[in-house]
Ligand binder design. Sequence first.
Ligand code: ADE
Length: 248
Amino acid sequence: MKTIGIIGGSGLDNPDILKDAKTIEADTPYGKPTSPLKIGMIGNNRVVLIARHGLSHQFSPTEVNYRANLFALKGQSVDCIVATTACGSLRNEIERGDFVLLDQFIDFTKRRVSTFHESFANGAVHTPMADPFDAELRSHILECAKRIGVKCHPKGTVVTIEGPRFSTRAESLMFQSWGADVINMSVATEAALANELSVPYAAIAMSTDYDCWKTDEPPVSWNEILNIFEKNAERMVSLLKLVVETLE
Ligand code: ADE
């Protein structure tokens, strides 16, 4: 039996996907996670679920206690973490509702703690970060996406911005020129921390909008993100279930 951590992002704050679920309040040296831990089963595997932005989406991307979330999952001895996130597309070919299995990040956040090693008082720690998303987990997720026939881009670079505001058009064009494929407000921080804890981490991004680089349509809005995610949430839930059920 494996234990899998799932971090549910915007639009999937509290999915009802666990059998025999119980809820526990966790605490960590970094404070409380953003939601109680929901622990239950999918198939023969144990799942620990956290709502990244809180059960009623009350934490902004800057306020999310990423360290507590990751530390609490590590405390539950998770073998790996699968996160979901809404993202904006910076490429024509990544359409609304498409999934992207991220393989690289660019960290453009500004005001959050994204390390467990702020102090070197007990020795220097510089964590390698060349390939921050777990290759084995990614290929398993991709296989599952193929099996259920959801359109999933096999790789993609995400730029994570601080938010909560969206980007300016100049920023959006700059991120494109940097080679970013999609944009969000959470994943780089989470991936970095998971790597510091040596927990294999993968993130399934769902494209909900074209940010603001396209001039032939209105710029992204929060309502658009929620609408598109809601329309496609069922496919994300099916994918998550299969991914967890078939992890050995
Ligand atoms: N999440 C979903 N769409 C986004 C966008 N355009 N920018 C930042 N985060 C997002």
